[in-house]
Design a protein around this ligand. Structure first.
Ligand SMILES: Nc1ncnc2c1ncn2[C@@H]1O[C@H](COP(=O)(O)OP(=O)(O)O)[C@@H](O)[C@H]1O
Ligand SMILES: N[C@@H](CCOP(=O)(O)O)C(=O)O
Length: 354
């Protein structure tokens, strides 16, 4: 086999879009890019992967392939296919535009990049549905990873698994993704848990070309795990019906041309996650309630992006006024923001350059 160089590109995502908690995701035009040089096999001694990293998160991301999320996921895929280590002499450069811990799917993108990396390194040729199964063993909510893999505005659900498959899918993450290489001659311990078949299923909704996304990004990180801890385990029927009614309307309304601001603004309201997360994001209720289609022509709807703290405003025009007024509201609570005008992106791609 000759040496090869390939590029993996994975988009950022915004999950939930208001009422679709753990269900809907939207791929956005910020990219995680891996450039992978895979040398031809040789008789030289084994060398572990060399990782380099530029862009968002460069000062905090581990460059050890056994600690980095993307390469650990790739190794998980390889091990599930009886390939026990990375190929020798691998060189991986990562360039990342997706800020960490802001609700723009950085971890989902890293997981999808890992799944695609493992698939290429092992020559596994797994179909998209199987790649999604592996991603769902690591990131347990399907909204980000599905949108990052397939692209667009997507809704997904997890199949109800039988008892054996539930057990296989409930293995602790530390077991799926062990951090350290075994000592020479030692095994990893248990075989890695192979995902049950067909865990995740999705459908792509229509998306009106005129709709753009203003990402209002506070300058602080909020881990998704922390923002999930504040959510209740049980909800009232009233709140559940409130969200279901809006989600059913929203998934079609965002595909209509021209989009209807009155319909969409109300349809992007939520009672399942945002009310509980406001304590973690000073300014959230003020921004979502005071920026409306009446005060800001062009605005369609506004919500928390994923687990936050980013706020996502969907709009056809008037982007700067929306972002600058959100900036002023956040500033009163002592929070500085950056903002970006984003479009809806395609899904992940793998391209060979040599
Ligand atoms: N490109 C990447 N490579 C390695 N790890 C990453 C990458 N992107 C994100 N991560 C990991 O995921 C964490 C953020 O995940 P999370 O709390 O779910 O927030 P987000 O909303 O950005 O997905 C980071 O702190 C980092 O540990
Ligand atoms: N549905 C999840 C989505 C988390 O998205 P992220 O981009 O913040 O990781 C949630 O709301 O917890």
């Amino acid at each position: 086999m000759a040496s090869r160089t390939f590029i993996i590109k994975v988009p950022a995502t915004s999950a939930n879009i208001g009422p679709g908690f753990d269900v809907v995701g939207l791929s956005l035009s910020l990219q995680l890019t891996l450039t992978v040089a895979h040398p031809a096999p040789s008789d030289r001694p084994y060398t572990p992967p060399v990782l380099s990293y530029t862009g968002e998160g460069a000062d905090e991301v581990p460059l050890d392939a056994y600690k980095n999320l993307t390469t650990r996921v790739a190794l998980y895929l390889l091990r599930c296919h009886d390939i026990r280590s990375f190929p020798s002499g691998l060189d991986i450069h990562v360039d990342n535009e997706i800020p960490f811990g802001r609700g723009l799917g950085s971890s989902g993108a890293a997981v999808i990049a890992g799944v695609l990396l493992g698939n290429e390194l092992g020559g596994l040729k797994l179909p998209q549905a199987r790649l999604l199964d592996f991603a769902l063993m690591v990131e347990r909510h399907p909204d980000n990873v599905t949108a990052a893999l397939v692209g667009g505005f997507v809704g997904s659900y997890l199949r109800e698994l039988d008892d054996a498959a539930t057990e296989a899918a409930s293995v602790p993450l530390s077991e799926v993704l062990p951090e350290f290489p075994p000592d020479a001659g030692e095994d990893w311990g248990l075989n890695p848990p192979v995902p049950p078949l067909g865990i995740g299923h999705f459908v792509r909704f229509g998306w009106s070309e005129s709709i753009k996304a203003v990402a209002i990004i506070p300058r602080f990180e909020l881990s998704t795990a922390k923002a999930r801890e504040v959510l209740p385990l049980l909800y009232s029927r009233k709140d559940l019906v409130f969200n279901l009614q809006r989600l059913a309307v929203l998934t079609t309304a965002l595909g209509q041309s021209p989009p209807d601001p009155d319909l969409i603004y109300e349809a992007m309201k939520d009672r399942v996650h945002q009310p509980y997360r406001k304590a973690l994001i000073p300014g959230l209720p003020e921004v979502t309630s005071s920026i409306t289609p009446t005060t800001h022509p062009g605005l369609l709807g506004i919500c928390l992006s994923g687990a936050g703290p980013t706020i996502l405003a969907l709009a056809t025009h008037g982007f700067e006024a929306i972002a600058e007024d959100a900036r002023a509201i956040f500033k009163k609570t002592g929070v500085e923001i950056d903002w970006k005008l984003l479009t809806v992106a395609g899904g992940s791609v793998v391209r060979y350059v040599l």
